[in-house]
Design a protein around this ligand. Structure first.
Ligand code: IMP
Ligand code: MG
Length: 178
């Protein structure tokens, strides 16, 4: 275990099993329909790569990056897209994939933005959901695990751009947070 990790929440085997379940569920829900998987960079890279390989049917892949600015507790704000899609999403089924749904601001604004561009459908899949931290009414369509309000790292999740490479999800030690 990495010395900056206090506790492992989900190990590699648990993650693989849950991702396979999500893949089965998503494949069933989109049966007979094409889906454009959109990985929200950088945090969702490992999750998207694993999930993608558990999807059946006609699947395309694109990436987007965003940073959200809101006023904390107020459920409004704007999302700045810092890396655009390459795909024209008009008439497409879009599945946004992110690492964690925290306040929910980033995901809810991305969903609204892509819906406004004329997608046929826009759904979301997040690996982790911090239910106690939600500040928007929007809820993700697919959730890997609900977690308590703690700062987690690994499996794509970072603290100061570090720890994304850890194969498990863990809670960071307070002394590692500066
Ligand atoms: P939201 O807009 O508040 O839902 O923020 C979501 C983004 O905040 C995620 O995509 C992460 O980049 C970041 N984030 C929130 N909680 C954590 C955490 O516990 N560890 C690492 N990143 C986090
Ligand atoms: Mg992120």
């Amino acid at each position: 275990m990495h010395p900056d990790v206090k506790e492992i929440l989900f190990d590699e085997d648990q993650i693989a099993a849950r991702v396979a379940e999500l893949g089965r569920q998503i494949s069933e829900d989109y049966a007979g329909q094409e889906v454009l998987v959109v990985c929200v960079l950088n945090g969702a890279m490992p999750f998207t790569a694993d999930l993608l390989r558990k999807l059946d049917g006609q699947v395309c892949l694109d990436t987007i990056a965003a940073s959200s600015y809101g006023s904390g507790t107020i459920s409004s704000g704007t999302v700045k897209i810092t890396k655009e899609l390459k795909t024209d999403i008009v008439g497409r089924n879009v599945l946004l994939v992110d690492d964690v749904f925290d306040t929910g601001l980033t995901m809810s604004l991305l969903v609204q933005t892509l819906q406004a561009r004329g997608a046929k459908s826009v759904k979301s899949c997040v690996f982790l959901d911090k239910t106690a931290r939600h500040s928007v009414a929007y809820r993700p369509d697919y959730v890997g695990y609900e977690i308590p309000d703690a700062f987690v790292i690994g499996y794509g999740l970072d603290y100061n751009e570090q720890y994304r490479q850890l194969p498990y999800v863990g809670i960071i030690k307070p002394e590692a947070v500066r």
